[in-house]
Design a binder for this molecule. Structure first.
Ligand code: GLC
Length: 683
């Protein structure tokens, strides 16, 4: 059951696709206080209650004990003191451990606060026993009640619409770096993989493929024959995926800039002039993607690259990130000028430092530009969290025109609930730290709750130099994430896997991804088509098991398996909780597997540095593709001959979904294949 409560005069954010009429009953699960400029919703939490959700936010799967602020932010330090990251996902579930005497007030429920401005979720930080949500005075609140956690998510997902489906090649291994500077450098990376027997489906082009960071241009010196180059790569099974940034460079003669100015498609400042900010290219304007016409115009620009064979994009800096604004910089420079020659004391020095660092992503800037939302002038900070969503929507809507018959890969850095219909996300600029591997494990199910299924983190870590063992452990987890991309920042050590010493182990791990592809793809598609989660915390499948609620570092992946990744340096294994008897499968390669049944309960398991371990649930099975040594990309993975791993006392069943991986008609009956096997037939 979904109840809708409307406060003030909210705008349509397009987060929701299902018509729900306003509830006639009063909101009872939370107490609502309507203040002059805010709404405060609160309720008590018992010690054993658990809060799941909030998408990309930091900290654990159980969100209790901290405050999270919905304010899309470009922040490359995803440490536990951070209240906001790039994406804004205002949905959580309060899971009640016990029903109290006052039965109704103690129901578990999900809540989605549809407010594109700043929302604060104080999940027991101020008072450990209180959940308090503070939103703007104009917002819509949806309260979802259901039979269980899974049911609440399913209903919420119906409300917000079906998730994006990536082409199948985007489920292969992908390599990125800021930046591969030239055609030859890209060729070298592809050779590096192929010569070492490592499959590869995509190479990313970061900002330097452009001509001076201008969107929808290609640097003619470094990529002189882009169309042929794209073709050459495709022949080798590799898709090129260029980045698109939110800011459009201000430069006379640059067509995108000139058109945008002429047609009034850029965001305006207080005086009605095109707002000037600075990002990679220096000064830029932001396309007003919240305006339908401007959105269609900006989306149409992707055609330029698609006509040269491009079939995948990543949208970046779309919080939108601002290095500085023209006005703010002027003020700061004037103040710095006054400091010249002075003997700065401690406080003056700190002030100077803050002045400079405060130039980026400043609240003052976000309050100083405007959108034209179908004739209504709206100040940016009121709709800040919708920008990345609408930039991605611009692209996806254009793809419907430009390439209506096939899927295009698309994912974004910033997002809001609803964007999952248009593309996926990656979790932004993490670091090569072990703690970030754990964070990534914990972010996945929370993102899945909001329909964001095509997702993953920068494998190995984006910032800082990675280490060989971190890269290996990270891959052992990421081989299960739909987006499996190794990406690193400029200035960090090169981290393409063929550069490391234990090449054979890396090859084996990446090949495992290709072996598991039929399962990963099939489970991804089921999650999309049935509004379910691909990654789930244990409590979702074992709701009666109190211990399952405490597990923060294991995940169910699809219907058949559970994983327990190692995320601690130098660990030779880890503790695992099994909510039922399971079959532990340890793999050093696709052909080097050992299986052992472990009983329900706590175990310490050994996991060597080059080993992938997964647990098969009782009564379930999963397919493994048999790979030729020459497999180079997803296109070479055949489903003709599958092996089946399973755990049962008598028979197990699996429904395999497969399709051509490219066209957009997803559900013909013939694509669901039911397979039944006896204990003896299973591996
Ligand atoms: C941003 C992106 C990162 C990219 C870089 C340069 O930091 O998050 O992935 O490599 O910009 O474009």
């Amino acid at each position: 059951m979904i109840c809708k409560y409307v406060f003030g005069h909210p705008m349509d954010t397009h987060a929701v696709v299902m018509e729900v009429s306003e509830s006639k009953q009063e909101l009872t699960l939370m107490q609502a206080e309507v203040k002059e400029d805010a709404i405060r919703l609160s309720c008590r939490m018992e010690d054993e209650d658990v809060v799941f959700g909030l998408g990309e936010q930091v900290r654990g799967m159980n969100k209790r004990g901290f405050s999270y602020i919905s304010n899309a932010t470009d922040d490359p330090h995803h440490t536990e003191n951070k209240h906001s990251l790039y994406g804004v996902h205002n949905f959580l579930i309060l899971n009640r451990a016990k029903k109290s005497e006052e039965e109704h007030k103690a129901q578990s429920f999900g809540i989605f606060v549809d407010d594109p401005g700043t929302v604060i979720f104080d999940v027991g930080e101020t008072r450990m026993d209180e959940l308090a949500i503070t939103a703007g005075k104009d917002c819509v609140v949806y309260v979802v009640e259901g039979e269980c956690l899974k049911d609440i998510v399913k209903q919420f997902r119906k409300l917000i619409g079906t998730s994006y489906i990536a082409p199948k090649w985007a489920f292969g291994y992908q390599q990125s770096r800021w930046s591969y500077m030239t055609e030859d450098e890209v060729r070298e990376v592809v050779d590096g993989h192929h010569q070492n027997g490592i499959p590869l489906d995509a190479v990313y082009l970061d900002i330097d493929y452009m001509e001076r960071y201008k969107d929808f241009t290609v640097n003619q010196e470094t990529f002189p024959d882009f169309k042929n180059f794209t073709e050459e790569m495709k022949e080798r099974g590799v898709h090129l995926v260029p980045i698109i940034d939110a800011g459009v460079k201000i430069e006379e003669g640059y067509q995108v800039y000139e058109e945008g100015v002429q047609k009034n498609y850029f965001c305006k400042d207080e005086d009605g002039e095109d707002f000037v900010a600075a990002v990679w290219p220096g000064k830029v304007h932001f396309p007003d993607v919240l305006n339908a016409e401007a959105r269609a115009w900006f989306g149409g620009k992707y055609r330029f690259l698609m006509e040269q064979g491009i079939d995948g994009f990543w949208n970046d800096m779309n919080e939108p990130a601002i290095f500085y604004s023209e006005k703010n910089l002027k003020k700061v420079l004037e103040e710095l000028d006054e400091m010249k020659g002075k003997n700065l004391d401690l406080y003056e020095f700190f002030h100077m430092r803050d002045l400079v660092s405060g130039l980026s992503n400043s609240a003052v800037d976000y309050q100083s530009f405007y959108h034209n939302m179908d004739g209504v002038k709206v100040r940016h900070d009121k709709v800040h969290n919708l920008y990345g969503f609408n930039m991605t929507r611009a692209a996806a809507e254009a793809f419907d025109q430009i390439a209506p018959d096939r899927r295009t890969l698309l994912f974004s850095r910033s997002s809001y609930i609803g964007m999952h219909r248009y593309g996926g996300i990656w979790t932004g600029d993490n670091n090569a730290w072990w703690s970030q591997l754990l964070l990534s494990i914990q972010q996945m199910p929370s993102l899945n709750m909001c329909g964001i299924l095509y997702t993953g983190s920068d494998i190995g870590g984006f910032g800082s130099d990675t280490t060989e063992d971190l890269m290996m452990r990270w891959l052992e987890f990421a081989l299960f994430t739909p987006l499996m991309r190794n990406h690193a920042a400029m200035g960090t050590r090169r981290q393409e896997v063929y550069r490391f010493e234990r090449l054979e182990s890396f090859r084996n791990i990446i090949r495992m991804r290709y072996g598991l592809l039929p399962y990963i793809y099939s489970e991804y598609m089921k999650a999309v088509l049935k509004d379910e989660m691909y990654f789930r915390p244990l409590a979702f499948d074992y709701p009666e098991d109190e211990q399952a609620y405490r597990v923060e570092d294991q995940l169910l992946v699809g219907e058949s398996i559970m994983i327990a990744p190692v995320y601690v340096q130098n660990a030779k294994g880890r503790y695992v909780y099994l909510p039922e008897d399971m079959l532990m499968v340890s793999m050093r390669s696709l052909d080097d597997r050992t299986c052992k049944v472990l009983p329900k309960g706590h175990h310490y398991i050994d996991v060597a540095i080059d080993e992938v371990v997964l647990f098969v649930r009782k009564g379930y099975m999963l397919p493994l593709a048999v790979l030729d040594v020459k497999v180079r990309s997803t296109g070479d993975v055949s489903e003709e001959q599958l092996q089946w791993i399973g755990y049962t006392d008598d028979v197990a069943e699996y429904v395999l979904y497969s399709d051509d991986g490219l066209s957009r008609n997803y559900t013909p009956q013939s694509e669901w294949k039911k397979i039944r096997m006896t204990k003896e037939e299973l591996l």
